[in-house]
Design a protein around this ligand. Structure first.
Ligand code: GDP
Ligand code: MN
Length: 417
């Protein structure tokens, strides 16, 4: 799921006829002051990060004057919300709230359903998981039929809303579904959807994520990687994404975990797992012996040798790593000789540049015997500390982790560290 920031989602709302508060996204306290001045009313200053619950973390603050807006923006910019650094804030007119609602569209991927579900609740502004189910109207959409404006009116009625704003609410929910559809969303949520004291309905918040497979249809959104990322992608991440973007044979999932300054502190291993869940075992194995994964990588789904090669190559490009670890902690049903070929090529290129470098390879599954032969034969005589393991140790994370540790210790000693 490729996430959008609140302000980006709100731009889409505006274009789609959903009313949003007047506002502007800024990067400095001075610009926050200017924005507040331009708005000319009390404002709310909101951290733009890919995390919910900003209200509770002090990352949504109010300001009555431009002076105050500058001050609170200064406090929010640079703070961390759930581990994410705030680099931008949204300055918006403060709404005079009479009532808060929740509106959202998600996908119910259960086998019997596999359809979008539109949700509306009069209990907005709180975590929707904490709202009792009978207070949430839910409509499973037949995607071929779509929905009609009366469907969403009925949703608001069905949870007991009967005020003057009924039509406005129905209209927003209806438009929200169309945003979901037109932008290939995975989820879109307005929480809170606000009814103001003067009787108008505004989307006061927006949480929106685009389906990875639909990202290419929306170049205007500027999403650089069609995949869920916790942080803005780094150069490393962007380069790794090119392996995937143009070649969907198998998957390569690669993300940078440690920054360059962290890598300098030592104790990081270039990490390469096979198969999502099993790859976690390898990270665990490293952590248990006091080492850390410099990156997270997973090549699975029968990737080509060239994909494996590229992934291993970028892993080995990280500065200051103290080893390379291929964690094939499963009996993969993919043909492992592609991994073997890719690895032979990359290690033959890289190991001569770094004599003594620790390399632990665990590879098992289909074509295991052939893969082992390719590795043994292909890596023979290279000047690294290379150990190759097969199914005998496939569930033995403790042993494998111990081997990485032992080789790293030898390598350190050799270099006088
Ligand atoms: P979240 O905590 O990350 O979901 O951030 P929200 O955008 O939902 O803001 C948190 C809370 O701040 C909301 O539930 C509202 O109660 C409050 N809030 C946000 N914008 C306004 C506003 O314009 N006026 C008022 N009075 N409250 C607001
Ligand atoms: Mn919210």
């Amino acid at each position: 799921m490729a996430r959008l920031y609140e302000y980006q989602g709100k731009d889409i709302f505006k274009k789609s006829g959903i009313t949003i508060p007047e506002g502007q996204v800024v990067k400095t306290p001075e610009d926050a002051r200017n924005a507040a001045e331009r708005i000319g009313k009390p404002v709310v200053v909101k951290a733009q990060v890919w995390a919910g619950g900003r209200g509770k973390s002090g990352a949504v603050r109010f300001a009555d004057t431009p002076d105050e807006a500058e001050k609170v923006a200064g406090e929010i910019l640079g703070m961390e919300v759930k581990g994410l650094e705030v680099k931008q804030v949204l300055v918006e007119e403060k709404l005079d709230i009479a009532q808060e609602f929740y509106a959202g569209v998600i996908i119910n991927s259960a086998r019997e359903v596999r359809a979008p579900v539109v949700m509306f609740s009069t209990e907005g502004g709180v975590d929707i998981e904490s709202v009792p189910e009978d207070k949430i109207a839910m409509l499973t959409v037949d995607v071929l039929r779509g929905i009609q404006p009366y469907d969403t009116l009925n949703m608001a009625l069905s949870v007991g809303f009967s005020g003057k704003a009924l039509r406005q609410l129905g209209d927003v929910i209806y438009k929200l579904y169309n945003v979901f559809k037109n932008y290939d969303c995975r989820t879109v949520e307005i929480n809170p959807l606000v009814l103001t004291k003067d009787g108008k309905v505004y989307a006061a918040d927006c949480r929106m994520a685009i389906d990875d497979a639909g990202v290419f249809r929306h170049p205007e959104l500027g999403i650089r990687i069609g995949r869920e990322f916790l942080k803005e992608p780094t150069e490393f991440d962007l380069m790794a994404w090119t392996f995937e973007e143009e070649d969907f044979r198998g998957t390569s999932y690669v993300a940078q975990m440690a920054s360059e300054s962290e890598l300098k502190q030592g104790g990081y291993i270039g990490y390469h797992g096979i198969g999502g869940g099993a790859a976690i075992l390898g990270v665990d194995a490293l952590n248990k012996v006091g080492l850390k994964a410099a990156d997270y990588a997973d090549t699975s789904g029968n990737p080509t040798a060239s994909k494996v090669y590229r992934v291993a190559k970028i892993i080995l490009s990280m500065p200051n790593i103290e080893g390379y670890f291929l964690a094939g902690f499963l009996m993969a049903n993919q043909e492992q000789w592609h991994h073997a070929h890719g690895l032979v090529k990359v290690l033959r290129e890289e190991i001569p540049k770094r004599p003594g470098f620790p390399v632990v390879l665990l590879l098992s599954g289909n074509k295991e015997k052939e893969s082992q032969e390719i590795l043994q034969e292909g890596l023979k005589g290279l000047p690294g500390r290379i150990e190759i393991y097969d199914r005998e140790h496939v569930y033995d994370a403790k042993f494998i982790g111990g081997r990485v540790r032992a080789l790293v210790d030898e390598y350190r000693k050799e270099r006088g560290l």
